[in-house]
Design a binder for this molecule. Structure first.
Ligand code: ADP
Ligand code: SF4
Length: 689
């Protein structure tokens, strides 16, 4: 049963005319599905309702067609036609007594309007501020257009009510919502009554809240999401100004939703930000208003959550990523199952679904966004099929997730691991600078497996095809992982590159295995995710003189999608790493490398005592192929199926491995669907011609 220390988290909280059943508040978060995959997004929210959240929000919802953030896929409420898909979502949210919230966003200076082709409207005329530096400018709204915008907010509020929502969040944080654009002197340079003093800059927010309260305030609660600190220096909306704003407008919304100024700051990865990182920015704000406060901080620990409430810092515990990694977090605390919480590792892979306009995934929760598409539930597995036993070879994230999901289906599972420790790549990578929280991928599964009678783990057990044939398992799951290549094959070089005899070339596996080269090091990064940047950090921290060369225009380019690229670059500069962009490596000699400009091909020589090669990885699929070669012996050995998955099949991020393991487990003994699509999808209904 629930630990009384956490009782406080289950107290109801009044928000305007409504009451949240507890303090667990799923703040708005993107999912890459949005208007393109409405049922997938709705079902995902419904699972959170089942998991016990007191308040559940949509992602940002574009509330008028004059402001949209294409290419990113969020929700839209532009006309009545949008109501049914939003109603589907609110209905799912409310299934277990949660309050359903919609976040209305007018993107202003952040909306390039690439789809609607409308001229963007903002408090002041400035270039659009987006991740993609779109070559578009906004014009300043006239006073009559401000009146229009107030009316559009009221229309959107009425539609939100019709769509079944209980709460409306007015978006003014992360640089994304127009309320922030009015509040900040950087984006509001008006000289009329909407600009200048803080009183004037607050006018728009006050007017919109008053209008909306008249329209829907009798039944709906209005929340305002504002930035804790815009972090752009003097001109920006600072933490001090935020406090003045709240004090001046004490009771404006029914709840203050406080979030850090940029999305990169607010959703900081665990590599750079700890749990509750925003605490000091929030502390004391409570005294400035009588309204409840929600704040975020990648909260996964119920002790930290309880402390936030007891100390009077927060009234509601806001979670986006922790609710993705474990939609059942509140329920697990309520049932006294703390050790069952699948803690977010802070990798920001979920955010990449939005940034790449695909669909989100989660490293820890492979069922995220597959609740409707594949019918996957994070806490329930499909019943066991015809066979009984599975041998999983390899205990990396793919093998561990497969084993955990299989044993929940009721299979007898054995895991064989060549090494002394389980966890595969995660066990090595968690020791790298900033990546310790990633170890939760292993810790969670290790503990869960230890609680199950139908799983055995064999360490120090490197298996070959012969032993697999001897063991007598019906199903063999091969998740033997991958190794980093030494020969440079990746994107610049699709065949091995010229490496002189005597050249000292190290791979990430060497470094993670404890061999740390010294002296002058060239790190060649043609992988472009985190590994190159992390290893440069590791080498620099050990005193090496590091030059990072990459053919990309950015260090750790793909981390633009995990919102950490800028911080990685800054960290490396501060550590004295020389960063060489837009250059490849064409040749490695014993004491230098030749580097080419990716545009002109001109070469430059860089002295190097050693080279760290962060190229690509090669699946360890030898065992699989050995077993395939013995297919004629399978029947006698009782083997019904052999499958290769995870990094051994095709290397990718850890989230790809947990997904592959989970999928293997779900589909074992399943019916053959032939050429059919393996997931459900929605297609836009054709309009009448
Ligand atoms: P993934 O990300 O796909 O899970 P990892 O590289 O993290 O892959 O993990 C693969 C694991 O498989 C490693 O811990 C490795 O030691 C183990 N392994 C590789 N080959 C064998 C083998 N022949 N027998 C047992 N374990 C193996
Ligand atoms: Fe957390 Fe990573 Fe899952 Fe996002 S993808 S919720 S950061 S574990």
């Amino acid at each position: 049963m629930r630990d009384p220390r956490y009782d406080i988290l289950f107290e109801p909280v009044k928000i305007g005319p409504l009451t949240a059943k507890n303090r667990f508040y799923q703040v708005p978060h993107c999912n890459g599905g949005g208007y393109r995959d409405p049922s997938a997004a709705a079902e995902m929210r419904g699972i959170k309702a089942e998991g016990g959240w007191g308040v559940i929000f949509t992602e940002q919802c574009e509330m008028h067609h004059t402001s949209e953030i294409t290419p990113f896929i969020e929700l839209r409420l532009w006309e009545d036609k949008d109501i049914p898909q939003l109603r589907r979502m609110s209905e799912k949210m409310k299934t277990h007594g949660a309050l359903a919230g919609i976040q209305l966003a007018y993107s202003g200076i952040n909306g390039p309007n690439l789809y609607t082709k409308e001229v963007p409207l903002a408090p002041s005329a400035l270039p659009i501020r987006t991740f993609t530096n779109d070559p578009v400018q906004a014009r300043a709204m006239s006073k009559s257009e401000i009146r229009d915008l107030r009316r559009w907010f009221v229309n959107a509020a009425k539609r939100s009510k019709e769509a079944g929502f209980d709460l409306i969040c007015l978006y003014g944080a992360h640089g994304f919502g127009i309320f922030q654009h009015f509040l900040s002197r950087a984006t509001n340079q008006r000289s009329d009554e909407y600009g200048g003093s803080l009183e004037n800059r607050s006018r728009f927010a006050r007017e919109v809240v008053a209008d909306m309260r008249d329209a829907v305030g009798d039944t709906m609660a209005l929340t305002m999401r504002v930035s804790l600190d815009e972090t752009i220096g003097e001109l920006g909306f600072s933490n001090a100004e935020l406090r003045d704003f709240i004090e001046m407008n004490r009771d404006l919304p029914d709840l203050w939703d406080l979030a850090q100024g940029t999305w990169e700051d607010c959703s900081g990865p665990s590599r750079f930000k700890d749990e509750a990182a925003q605490e000091t920015l929030v502390r004391g704000i409570h005294e400035l208003s009588d309204k409840p406060i929600v704040g975020v901080g990648r909260f996964t620990s119920p002790d930290v959550m309880a402390k936030m409430v007891k100390s009077g810092t927060l009234d509601l515990i806001g979670c986006a990523r922790p609710s993705i990694a474990d939609p059942f977090l509140p329920k697990k605390i309520e049932e006294g199952r703390i050790e069952d919480i699948r803690e977010c590792i802070g990798c920001n892979i979920c955010i990449t679904g939005d940034m790449t306009m695909s669909i989100s995934r989660c490293t820890q929760n492979p069922t995220f966004m597959e609740e409707w598409r594949k019918g996957w539930h994070p806490e329930k597995m499909n019943p066991k099929g015809a066979s009984q036993s599975v041998l999983v070879v390899g205990s990396g994230p793919a093998g561990l997730e497969a084993a955990w999901a299989l044993c929940r289906r009721g299979y007898d599972v054995a895991i064989a691991e060549a090494g002394t420790e389980i966890g595969g790549r995660v066990t090595r990578e968690r020791k790298l600078p900033g990546l310790s929280a990633w170890g939760r991928v292993v810790d969670y599964r290790d503990y869960q497996l230890s609680q199950r009678p139908n799983v055995e783990i064999y360490r120090d057990s490197e298996l070959d095809a012969e032993s697999l044939l001897e063991f007598g398992f019906e199903n063999i799951a091969i998740a033997t992982g991958a190794s980093w290549r030494r020969d440079g094959v990746s994107r610049q070089h699709v065949v091995p590159m010229p490496i002189a005899e005597g050249a000292r070339v190290y791979t990430p596996d060497d470094l993670m295995g404890g061999t740390i080269p010294e002296g002058k090091i060239v790190l060649f990064d043609d992988d472009h995710y985190y590994m190159g940047g992390v290893l440069a950090e590791l080498l620099a921290s050990r005193g090496a003189d590091v030059t990072l060369i990459t053919p990309s225009a950015y260090v750790s380019d793909w981390t633009n999608n995990t919102l950490e690229q800028a911080v990685i670059h800054a960290r490396l500069v501060e550590m004295g790493v020389e960063i060489v962009l837009n250059r490849g490596v064409t040749e490695i000699a014993a004491d230098h490398v030749l580097s080419n400009c990716v545009y002109t091909g001109r070469t430059t020589r860089y002295d190097a005592d050693a080279v760290v090669m962060v190229a690509s990885r090669q699946g360890r699929d030898g065992l699989y192929h050995d077993l395939l070669a013995r297919e004629s012996d399978w029947a006698d050995a009782g083997i019904k199926s052999v499958r290769l998955f995870g990094d051994a099949e095709a290397p990718g991020p850890i989230a790809w491995a947990t997904y592959a393991g989970h999928r293997y487990a779900r589909e074992l003994d399943g019916e053959d669907i032939g050429d059919a699509l393996p997931f459900r999808r929605e297609i836009t209904e054709l309009a009448a011609e």
